[in-house]
Design a binder for this molecule. Structure first.
Ligand SMILES: *[C@@H]1O[C@H](CO)[C@@H](O)[C@H](O)[C@H]1NC(C)=O
Ligand SMILES: *[C@@H]1O[C@H](CO)[C@@H](O)[C@H](O)[C@H]1NC(C)=O
Ligand SMILES: *[C@@H]1O[C@H](CO)[C@@H](O)[C@H](O)[C@H]1NC(C)=O
Ligand SMILES: *[C@@H]1O[C@H](CO)[C@@H](O)[C@H](O)[C@H]1NC(C)=O
Ligand SMILES: *[C@@H]1O[C@H](CO)[C@@H](O)[C@H](O)[C@H]1NC(C)=O
Ligand SMILES: *[C@@H]1O[C@H](CO)[C@@H](O)[C@H](O)[C@H]1NC(C)=O
Ligand SMILES: *[C@@H]1O[C@H](CO)[C@@H](O)[C@H](O)[C@H]1NC(C)=O
Ligand SMILES: *[C@@H]1O[C@H](CO)[C@@H](O)[C@H](O)[C@H]1NC(C)=O
Length: 391
């Protein structure tokens, strides 16, 4: 009798407090065999979800039915199981064997479907990196790549991202770079590469010094990969020149890397955390991500690119020719989303330098023309085609 009363009382209290409860959303990251603890950026992401969920509930009409619950989940590479990693790697190798869509008379360096993506980045390098476009164009670009892996190569997962902070202390010994069969590595052989200029930085920060690589990748699943397009702006002194001035001829060569702990040292989680919480405007967020010379901080964008380095990874124009490019820009896209979630009402609807309403992005062979302003939202943007979160 007594117990029943309490039970009734308790349930009526619960109903009274929250008549229409919103189920708290959880990322449910993988935890079995999970080698990395959540870092401050992961925690910031988790802490932002409730606010973001409330924001989504209000703007439901523009989400095209996309919710946090039904959005697809892009996972961190290290959180994939070994079979999932194998499936991903096979899909990339598959794309590198499919016929291209680009006109190979005009662009003879395009040998396969993967190269279509590299070509897009080369032909449109300035457009894709101009101030308003860096974030939205790369969001579209990664999504198109993920779609190609799935639809053209039967991949059943989604594009993994690379949380830089996890590997920043010792990249070369981390599972993503270590060169075993389920890594995206390995390092390049030792070479005479000496480092890359960091323009606008004062000595000794005007150079990102070389680490132990720079030569051909000789282990891991991409050891036999043929790089064909470019280089256009190589960082290595001894990459064979492309036979054509524009870099579009075939220039078959090995994949080269310099897995670099100087570059990775400025991608520790505290740098990314600091970037997200101390950038009050989207313009500052983008600028600081690209480097803060007065703090001798090369920026997490450059930090990630030159943790990979080499050829074509170090070339501004043909960097997507290294299969790790997509992991790095996935993380850039992820931190943009985390930045947006800090104040969704005011951050979901802004882009750097406020492009005009009719501004567009056209990725030619890899994605059809879209409105730049429809790229600001990963939950329902791109006419509802974007519906993903990072876990
Ligand atoms: C959007 O949410 C509001 C409040 O939760 C609700 O009244 C409305 O029916 C929803 N609209 C759609 C299209 O789901
Ligand atoms: C391919 O490019 C060549 C050379 O630019 C051109 O002559 C040809 O018409 C193009 N083919 C197609 C199908 O567009
Ligand atoms: C590759 O490395 C990962 C983690 O470092 C390990 O779990 C896996 O068993 C390794 N695989 C091989 C084939 O060595
Ligand atoms: C670097 O090494 C390559 C051989 O691996 C050689 O051809 C080239 O001349 C060297 N470059 C410099 C600047 O020493
Ligand atoms: C690369 O090619 C060599 C020689 O054909 C082969 O033995 C090796 O297994 C290949 N490695 C990969 C990762 O495909
Ligand atoms: C991150 O931590 C390192 C080492 O603890 C420190 O040297 C660096 O200044 C910190 N960076 C930022 C942006 O907080
Ligand atoms: C994206 O920006 C455009 C232009 O400001 C705006 O119309 C749209 O509502 C924004 N999307 C979101 C989710 O705020
Ligand atoms: C690629 O897209 C741009 C922008 O729409 C366009 O100007 C260009 O002609 C396209 N290039 C090709 C080869 O289709």
């Amino acid at each position: 009798m007594f117990a029943t009363c309490w039970a009734l009382l308790l349930s009526s209290v619960l109903i009274g407090v929250d008549a229409n409860p919103v189920k708290k959303f959880s990322l449910n990251r993988r935890s079995d065999g999970f080698p990395y603890a959540l870092d401050d950026v992961d925690k910031l992401e988790e802490d932002s979800l409730a606010k973001f969920q409330a924001y989504l509930a209000k703007k439901n009409t523009t989400s095209h039915g996309c919710t946090l619950e039904n959005a697809v989940r892009r996972q961190e590479w290290h959180d994939l199981t070994e079979p999932q990693k194998k499936e991903y790697i096979s899909a990339v190798l598959c794309l590198q064997k499919k016929p291209p869509k680009a006109n190979t008379t005009q662009y003879p360096g395009v040998l396969n479907r993967y190269d279509d993506f590299v070509l897009t980045h080369e032909t449109q390098a300035f457009h894709l990196h101009s101030t308003p476009h860096l974030f939205p164009a790369h969001r579209l670009y990664i999504w198109a790549y993920e779609k190609a892996l799935r639809e053209e190569c039967g991949y059943t997962g989604y594009q993994p991202y690379w949380n830089w902070g996890r590997t920043a202390e010792d990249p070369i010994n981390s599972p993503i770079f270590n060169g075993n069969a389920t890594s995206m590595g390995g390092n390049g052989a030792k070479s005479n590469y000496t480092g890359i200029m960091a323009m606008g930085f004062k000595k000794p920060y005007d150079v990102i010094p070389s680490d132990k690589g720079g030569g051909c990748v000789t282990d891991g699943p991409f050891a036999n990969m043929t790089v064909s397009l470019g280089p256009i702006s190589p960082v290595l002194p001894d990459v064979p020149k492309n036979p054509r001035e524009d870099g579009f001829a075939s220039n078959p060569r090995c994949l080269r890397r310099d897995v670099n702990h100087y570059a990775s040292s400025i991608t520790r989680a505290n740098y990314t955390y600091d970037l997200i919480v101390n950038s009050k405007t989207v313009d500052k967020f983008q600028q600081d991500m690209l480097g803060i010379p007065e703090r001798n901080d090369w920026g997490v964008h450059m930090g990630g690119h030159y943790t990979i380095g080499g050829d074509p990874g170090g070339d501004f124009f043909s960097s997507p020719g290294d299969p790790l490019f997509w992991f790095h820009h996935g993380m850039v896209d992820r931190i943009w989303w985390i930045w947006q979630m800090q104040d969704p009402e005011n951050r979901m609807n802004v882009l750097p330098e406020n492009p005009p309403a009719d501004d567009f992005i056209d990725l030619n062979w890899t994605a059809s023309r879209v409105s730049t302003w429809d790229m600001n939202d990963s939950i329902g943007g791109n006419g509802g085609e974007f519906c993903y979160i990072y876990v």
